[in-house]
Design a protein around this ligand. Structure first.
Ligand code: DQA
Length: 146
């Protein structure tokens, strides 16, 4: 059975409450539930992980050496713009990944225009809200089938 890991970075536990003008009204629980339903229907094992800590996210990725997955969908949130450590962890495990952002980071402050992940990612989806995760999952399935 194919396995996909979805990793959510800091403050994404506050989705639905946090700055809805940027991130909308959908909770993280709802997003994860939706992804789980699609995965179940497709016969994919989906795991989700959220942390506000860079160390925890690096640890989550490093554990994939022992329990590998076929694909990663990651919204590194603020760590997108700062974390060489998470970038290096993804390179270390060498698992293909898609980078997702709910907001269009390129239409926001200049410091959000740079990502430590995009050049390593299979693709980037941003600005489409929670639907971006569903598109990432569809793209991951397409990638794994081709
Ligand atoms: C975000 C964009 C980041 O710049 C920000 O720090 C976040 C969320 C997004 O999903 O739009 O926390 O990754």
């Amino acid at each position: 059975m194919r396995k996909i890991m979805v990793i959510h970075g800091p403050n994404l536990n506050l989705l639905g409450v946090r700055e809805p003008e940027h991130y909308g009204h959908t909770s993280l629980e709802r997003i994860n539930h939706q992804l789980a339903e699609v995965s179940r229907a497709q016969g994919i094992a989906l795991e989700t992980f959220q942390s506000n800590s860079e160390e925890q996210i690096v640890g989550c990725i490093q554990r994939l050496f022992d329990s590998p997955v076929d694909f990663i969908i990651i919204n590194p949130a603020a760590f997108t713009h700062t974390s060489i450590a998470i970038r290096d962890a993804l390179s270390a495990v060498g698992i293909p990944f898609i980078e997702v952002h709910l907001s269009n980071v390129f239409a926001r402050e200049p410091f959000r225009h740079h990502s430590y992940f995009t050049d390593k990612a299979l693709g980037l989806i941003c600005g489409l809200g929670p639907y971006g995760y569903e598109l990432a999952l569809a793209a991951a399935l397409h990638y794994l089938e081709s």
